[in-house]
Design a protein around this ligand. Structure first.
Ligand code: SF4
Length: 113
């Protein structure tokens, strides 16, 4: 007999959402990660961007009431790659754009070190 909890269902939905976003982002990922010299020229993610809105992205993580882990910010996320200078970083979910190191979205996943 399979047991299901609210947490398990929420995790399953989150993984499905990440998988769907990964399929959309995959064709563009190489363009983000293969041209590091141009990364500084990339635009920052606009919080009004449809993907940003769907994920609840904010450059200032503290402005997002959905964020329950107060230590969770982009520079601690597995999808984040810091740019030289540390003022921004690439995010695998926003190909071709940069995010704020102290930003946050609902797809945040703790970086494994
Ligand atoms: Fe990208 Fe992670 Fe920041 Fe979300 S929390 S915008 S997935 S780096």
């Amino acid at each position: 007999m399979a047991r299901s909890t609210g947490t398990t269902d929420a995790e399953r939905r989150r993984l499905l959402k990440l998988a769907a976003l990964g399929l959309v982002a995959a064709p563009f990922a190489s363009s983000v990660f293969s041209v590091p010299a141009r990364a500084a020229d990339l635009p920052m993610v606009d919080e009004a961007d449809p993907t940003a809105k769907a994920l609840g992205y904010h450059c200032d993580a503290g402005k997002n009431p959905a964020r329950t882990d107060k230590t969770a910010v982009c520079d601690g996320c597995m999808f984040y790659t810091a740019q030289p200078g540390g003022k921004s970083g690439a995010c695998a979910l926003f190909p071709g754009k940069l995010v704020c190191p102290k930003g946050w979205c609902s797809s945040w996943q703790k970086k494994v070190t």
